[in-house]
Write a protein that binds this ligand. Structure first.
Ligand code: CP
Length: 304
């Protein structure tokens, strides 16, 4: 069982802990092929999703994961709760403690919000994405997809392409995949590369055609238009021309390479529809693995 109260990011999680989560997630995934997928592992426990930003995959899969483990669930969204009346994050968290919540999954636009919440509540806190910082369960489900396909991380060439600067998914994947022995290359236009990219311990490239050559995993990232100032790239057409992942570009990767994307996809921008729906696309497998990973994280934290 994980010997930690919260899961706030992968930067401070060890390779052994990551492997423990992935192994447990693989056990959870065996349930999916059974007629009755539910267990009573977290019967009597409660999980709350506290989302200050929109979500389809993360929120729904945490809710599904908690229910498949037999837990009760509740959901708070910023637009319809007392957050609109000015309640602070800490007051909302203490209220959830008083409501006997065992785990809170938080998504917030401000980096560090899950850390602030975790220091102030008894409940386990799981980061469902904080600003430009981390999205640990997304990286874990990406890693589960890779592990299920290749059986190991050692020496795998992973290319993460696109809007690195605004991507919490990229950061969590860099920390997680590097710890497991994969070789990560970040590729994108210089205007979408974080200023500290050269201190993240991975390779940096500005040429997608060159970077995908011989790659085992090509991970596209959503162009986060809502977090960008104007002028970071000339036009959508030019962005797609130089940094769009297409079938032609994927053909330069290894023959058994897989395409990943955290979703939601901007079709025709970071991914062509041919690539997104092609044979090497594991995008929907990632979504399915998200439920298994979140079941594992909830169980290991709450029972640990
Ligand atoms: N990948 C991801 O976090 O998707 P959602 O924004 O739909 O949760």
């Amino acid at each position: 069982m994980l010997k930690r109260k919260d899961l706030l990011g992968l930067m401070d999680v060890s390779a052994e802990e990551i492997m423990e989560i992935l192994d447990r997630a693989r056990e959870m995934k065996k349930l999916f092929s059974q007629e009755v997928k539910k267990t009573n592992s977290l019967s009597g426990k409660t999980v709350c999703t506290l989302f200050y930003e929109n979500s389809t995959r993360t929120k729904t899969s945490f809710d599904t994961a908690a229910k498949l483990l037999g837990a009760s669930t509740s959901a708070i969204s910023a637009s319809t709760s007392s957050i609109q009346k000015g309640e602070t994050l800490i007051d909302t968290g203490k209220t959830l403690d008083a409501l006997m919540t065992d785990a809170i999954v938080i998504r917030h636009s401000a980096a560090g919000s899950p850390h602030l919440l975790a220091k102030n509540v008894k409940a386990h806190v799981i980061n469902g994405g904080d600003g430009l910082h981390e999205h640990p369960t997304q990286a874990l489900l990406d890693m589960l997809t890779i592990y299920n396909r290749f059986g190991s991380f050692k020496g795998l060439k992973v290319v993460i392409a696109g809007d690195i600067k605004h991507s919490r998914v990229a950061r969590s994947n860099v920390w997680g995949l590097s710890k497991m022995g994969a070789e990560v290359t970040l590729v994108g236009p210089a205007t979408l590369m974080p200023f500290d990219a050269d201190r993240m311990g991975c390779k940096i490239s500005y040429d997608l055609d060159e970077a995908v050559e011989g790659a085992n995993i090509v991970m596209g990232l959503r162009l986060q238009l809502e977090r960008q100032q104007a002028g970071l790239f000339p036009s959508a057409a030019e962005y797609h021309k130089y940094y769009g992942i297409t079938e032609k570009r994927l053909a330069k990767a290894e023959s058994d390479a897989i395409l990943l994307h955290p979703g939601p996809i901007n079709r025709g921008l970071e991914l062509s529809s041919g690539a997104a729906d092609g044979e090497s696309s594991f995008i929907l497998e990632q979504v399915n693995n998200g439920v298994a990973v979140r079941m594992a994280v909830l169980e290991l934290l709450i029972k640990g």
